[in-house]
Design a protein around this ligand. Structure first.
Ligand SMILES: NC(=O)c1ccc[n+]([C@@H]2O[C@H](COP(=O)([O-])OP(=O)(O)OC[C@H]3O[C@@H](n4cnc5c(N)ncnc54)[C@H](OP(=O)(O)O)[C@@H]3O)[C@@H](O)[C@H]2O)c1
Length: 256
């Protein structure tokens, strides 16, 4: 049985909940009566205003913590605060990611490769998840079912790469996938009831995809609520044997 169908009080952690898909998960998960606490992290307060107003309406169930995933001490500090409130997390949804930011844009060709930009892609899109998995392990080592789901991207699939371009984003998502696979193997030994998966959300109407939406057919550009519902359906159907796999929004397995 998937963690979301368990009839026990569930505690959830959403990382990168300030906006986009992460905020969408918080909104949807608040509808689940079985979820008694949602710990939601944000990086900067300016972009987290919607999360804060949601928190105003759900003070008893929604708790926010600052966390910059590129700073290990910030991860440690947030998890320490969460650990003072609970000894168990049942569902972790990692929604952090970066594709562009002002002059920082995905590369169309080798001429545009800038080492500092590649490092930024890896810091945000790849390394954060393994730091999180390192520090979260004590909260996932319990007798109930649990899940550690990270939003990856199909463009991180090496087998599916037919178009090229987006060197840093693609490589950082491929690295994220390898981290998740490796985390799944260690978690299998250390917290054996935790399913670890990479999820592809499909092109979703957020700030991240906004500059690249022009050529996306309308039926393939999902509103955030649709993406979240689809991913929750996928997550509900996952079993322990699925740990370490890469799933698309429609439930299909993706090639690494
Ligand atoms: N949208 C799509 O079409 C699409 C497609 C495939 C995959 N994805 C993946 O889906 C995930 C969510 O993306 P989205 O579309 O929701 O993008 P988004 O709206 O741009 O949200 C990105 C989130 O990542 C957070 N973040 C960025 N840098 C961070 C850091 N250093 N520490 C902590 N949080 C940080 C942002 O926080 P701030 O508000 O503080 O910046 C924000 O909450 C990403 O992993 C993305 O790669 C999206």
């Amino acid at each position: 049985m998937s963690v979301l169908q368990e009839l026990i009080p569930l505690k959830v952690l959403v990382i990168g909940a300030s906006r986009g898909i992460g905020l969408g998960f918080v909104e949807q998960l608040l509808q689940y009566q079985s979820i008694t606490k949602i710990y939601a992290t944000y990086r900067c307060e300016e972009s987290a205003t919607e999360l804060f107003s949601l928190r105003e309406h759900h003070k008893d169930r929604l708790i926010g913590f600052p966390m910059d995933i590129t700073d290990e001490s910030s991860i440690v500090s947030a998890i320490k605060q969460i650990s003072q409130q609970t000894k168990q997390i049942h569902l972790v949804i990692y929604c952090v990611g970066i594709l562009h930011d002002g002059d920082f844009q995905p590369e169309k060709s080798l001429r545009q490769i800038v080492p500092e930009n590649l490092i930024r892609y890896f810091q945000v899109n790849s390394i954060g998840v393994v730091l999180l998995a390192k520090h979260l392990m004590p909260l996932l080592r319990h007798k109930d079912s649990s899940m550690f789901a990270a939003i990856s991207a199909k463009v991180g699939s090496i087998g599916d790469n037919r178009l090229g371009g987006w060197y840093g984003y693609r490589a950082s998502k491929a690295a994220l996938n390898m981290f998740l696979k490796t985390i799944s193997l260690e978690y299998n030994r250390r917290c054996p009831k935790t399913i670890v998966v990479a999820l592809h959300p499909g092109t979703t109407d957020t700030n991240l995809s906004q500059p690249f939406q022009a050529n996306v057919p309308p039926e393939k550009l999902f509103p955030v609520s649709k993406t979240v519902n689809q991913l929750l359906e996928v997550m509900k159907n996952l079993e322990l044997k699925d740990s370490g796999e890469f799933f698309s929004w429609d439930g299909n397995l993706l090639p690494w």
